[in-house]
Ligand binder design. Sequence first.
Ligand code: COA
Length: 382
Amino acid sequence: MTTDTPKLVPGLEGVPIAESALSLVNGQAGRLTYRGYSIEELTQPGVTFEEIVALLYDGELPNAARVQEITRELETERALTPEQVQFARSAATLTHPMFALQAAVAALGPRDNNFELKVETATKRGISLIAKTGHLVGVIAEAAAGRPYTGPKPGESHAEMMLRMITGKTPSPEHLRVMQALLILQADHSAGNASTFTTRVVTSTKAEPEAVASAAIGALSGPAHGGANEHSLRLFLDIGDPGGAEAKVERLLDDKYKIPGFGHRVYHVKDPRSKVIQVLAAEVVKAGTKEHDLYQIALTVEKVATDRLGDRGLFPNVDLFSGCVFAIGVPIDFFMPAFAASRMAGWMVNMREQWDSGNRLFRPAQVYTGAPDRPFVPLAKR
Ligand SMILES: CC(C)(COP(=O)(O)OP(=O)(O)OC[C@H]1O[C@@H](n2cnc3c(N)ncnc32)[C@H](O)[C@@H]1OP(=O)(O)O)[C@@H](O)C(=O)NCCC(=O)NCCS
């Protein structure tokens, strides 16, 4: 007799979870596109995060009038109430900035909880969350550094507001260009990555967008996902000296240590985002600085790990070099929150796409491995 026990696919590897017209990851060719446009082209100087938000939502490159409109909308929607600012500042003193961000984003939610009746507001609520998350990262950074709250300035772009509030300094054009590129580069990465899949699952329960967004931030925080950018830089700081890097990485690999920023479930060539980040690194990392040493260590890690693991299809991912590029003044524990502020665009557009596609509740099966049916034994007889 046959049983209908489903076959387990660990990690759902290769199992499609949605149809999506947003971004495409080609793991064999090492290519990433948003709405058909390559990230190499989308991160050119002059392109702004605001344009990418419009592209992801509309499906087409925005013209000048549309850019102006989305820029205005993001600027209006980023406003926070004094209570929301205070909540985020308090959270910043208690925990890692990523968890503070998760809590502060959840706390933006409404008092009612019935998004099915408000689903026509999915785009507006999504844009509002994209705008507010960048602002909240700045609020948390100011509080963590013991600085007073400044808030966005009129006319400031999303990237400029974030970088100024995170670093406490008016960004140079060079640093601003890098921040724009980082926000663009990490804005979406198909529906199948862990945090975007989380977005889809939570959306399918008809939850409010803030519940969707905060769940996605939690998923991104893990070292196997967005946490790898922080972990890779911590590894480079630990290695310390570029001269000793090769031997240390060899030892780590001998010990079966998983190098953060290396390996990917889908890419079996070098992650295209990693290549873009290396170009940015060359623009901002100056010879003779600590960042330059860290970049040299990253290059050594790439070489040693590729020599050892390349034939198994393991190569650098986006996080190997991103720590070096955050040398634009972003503190190490703000790499992940900055990543979350960028990916909020992808999460929110995926949320809308999930609703648009019928939003069937995710309810996969399990393969049960527990005890068979058996009679209950009262406590006195055990
Ligand atoms: C991204 C990642 C989770 C993908 O994992 P996965 O597809 O589930 O693959 P696995 O973790 O099962 O690894 C498969 C094999 O490659 C090895 N491997 C994978 N990533 C590795 C890494 N970064 N360093 C060393 N070995 C690695 C594993 O040890 C395993 O070896 P084994 O078969 O001898 O046990 C994994 O590569 C990883 O943990 N990378 C480091 C964290 C990271 O950079 N995350 C950000 C991703 S954008």
